[in-house]
Every structure is written in C-alpha cells, then in structure tokens.
Write a protein that binds this ligand. Structure first.
Ligand SMILES: [Zn+2]
Length: 302
C-alpha cells in the first residue's frame, strides 16, 4: 500500500520523533488509509510508545514510501547493553526516556513556523534530563499555559496544539528564567553538533569523558543526591545544578563532596554520627543505576 506521489511530503523532518510523525500521518492521510493507521495506533498508549518500536518502520515505510533506513532515526533503538537504548548518537537507560507526557518547546515551534516548515516533535525532547531544546536552548514545557492541563499523547491531534483546549502552543509564554548550569551542560551534551558535544565532554574529568550519556547523567544525579545528604542529613531530591558544578570542577572536588557528610558528622557530639554518615553515602553510591558510576565514585571515596 504505497503512496509514491506523497512520499516526499511524508518524509520525517530532521530529528522528528516517531510519535510526532504518526500524529502528522494520522492528520494527513485520506480516509481509505485510516484502517492501517488505526492498526499502528492500536491503543491510547501506542502513540507515546511508538518511539520505542523501531519495528514500526517497516509498516510506516509501506504507508509513506520513505525507506526503512530513512525512518529509523525517529526511533529509540535497542542497545547491546541490557536496559539501555540508543537515540541517534546517544545511549541512555530506558528510565531516562520520558514519554508519559508530551514535552514540547513552544519557541522551537515558533521557529519552525517562521522558517515556513510544519512544527514537529523532536525525538530528543523525550530525554527526561533535558529541560531545554538542545539545539535552540528554548525551554521545554509539558503543561498548557491556558488550560493548565498536562500535554498528553493520547488526546493529541496536532503536536503543536494542546489536546484539551486547542491552544496553539507556539504562542505559549516561555519561562523567562535563564537555564542553570545543569540545563546548559545537558543541552550541550545532547546538541546535534559534534563539536558542541565534544566541548561539553572536554570539561569533564578525563576518566569519564568517553562515558555514554546515560552514565554521565547518573553520575551527576548521584553527586547531587550526596550534596543533599551533606546539607540536610536526610535524603532530598538530587541537586543536579550543584552536582554538575562539582563534576566540572574535577575529581578533587568530587572527592571532597563525597567526604563532606563524614567530615560534618565528625564534628557531631553523637559518637555514632560518623558511622551513620558514612553508611548513608556508601548506600547512595551502591544504589547508582550504573555499576560503572558506582565503582568510579567508590574509587574516589575509599
Ligand atoms: Zn490547553
């Protein structure tokens, strides 16, 4: 069931996600092709989870005429490392991809419209750590500024509009706050230009420069969590912004950060405090999602 005459029109845009492209197809194809699209989009979660399903490239190829090779970049692909997947150049844990909401960058949509192209959803926007579009630095949102509802895949008829109130999302007022150190670094780590990515990695301690992106994010997360242990004595959400500053300051700074809870406990009148602080830090390092991250941090603190 090929549509050769439509094949150029229905090529995915650079960096487009499979979920966004399927929404585009569902709006663009004529009624006689609706049953095939219905089969592809068989349940409410199917659109959101399409990015994890490269096996859809074949059926979509039959539908639009583009080759499977041209369609595969829209998907997250399995990786040889268990529990990890590849998004374009990047390798992340499954848990680091978030399709539970539809995250979009309104100002990037505005850029699309200004450039005369259809506004489209980028696959990189499903990387949970990103709070900005990695190429434009425009803020990502997951909530409509008019109706206050979460942007979801299951009621989406146009990726650039709110599924609840039809708000044209490119008109949303952006967050005027400047990106923090974490946002800037992660944006550069996932930038589509290799030289930008290299420059970001070159700021890291030499031993971790070649790590996959998922492990670098986990390292920042664990250090951000240890900072909170040191500051509060209880476990709070990780302070990722301070975490990246410590990572960028080098291994001596990371080592000092990991030892800080113990140093503070040594000043306590409670004789058990040092042992307790030490066990909390080690427990947090052992809980790192990646063994590589856990072993690296252990090597600095022991
Ligand atoms: Zn809305």
């Amino acid at each position: 069931m090929r549509c050769a005459t439509n094949s150029v029109h229905f090529m995915p845009a650079p960096g487009e996600s499979a979920s966004g492209f399927l929404i585009h197809l569902s709006r663009s194809f004529s009624a006689e092709l609706a049953p095939l699209l219905s089969a592809l989009l068989s349940d409410p979660q199917a659109v959101a989870s399409a990015v994890y399903s490269p096996m859809l490239a074949g059926p979509i190829s039959d539908l639009v005429g583009a080759s499977v090779r041209e369609l595969l970049p829209m998907f997250a692909a399995p990786h040889s490392k268990a529990n990890y997947l590849r998004i374009g150049e990047f390798v992340l844990r499954y848990g680091q991809i978030n399709q539970s909401t539809r995250r979009v960058a309104p100002e990037t949509f505005a850029d699309d419209i200004g450039a005369g192209r259809r506004p489209y959803h980028r696959l990189s926007w499903s990387i949970a750590a990103l709070r900005i579009d990695p190429d434009t630095s425009h803020r990502l949102i997951d909530t409509c500024d008019r109706c206050g509802r979460r942007l979801r895949w299951m009621n989406t008829f146009d990726v650039s509009q709110c599924g609840e109130c039809t708000r044209r999302l490119w008109l949303c007022k952006g967050d005027s706050a400047a990106p923090d150190a974490y946002d800037v670094f992660v944006g550069e780590l996932f930038n589509s230009t290799i030289n930008v990515r290299k420059a970001a990695r070159n700021q890291l301690p030499r031993r971790i420069r070649a790590w996959i992106e998922g492990d670098i994010l986990d390292l920042i997360e664990v250090i951000g969590a240890v900072i909170c242990l040191a500051n509060q004595g209880v476990e709070l959400p990780p302070n990722r912004s301070e975490g990246i500053e410590i990572v960028l300051a080098g291994e001596s700074a990371i080592r000092r950060c990991l030892r800080r809870p113990l140093g503070q406990a040594m000043c306590s009148k409670d004789r058990l405090a040092p042992a307790l602080a030490s066990s909390k830090v080690f427990a947090r390092l052992r809980r790192a999602p990646s063994r590589l991250v856990s072993e690296y941090l252990m090597s600095l603190v022991i």
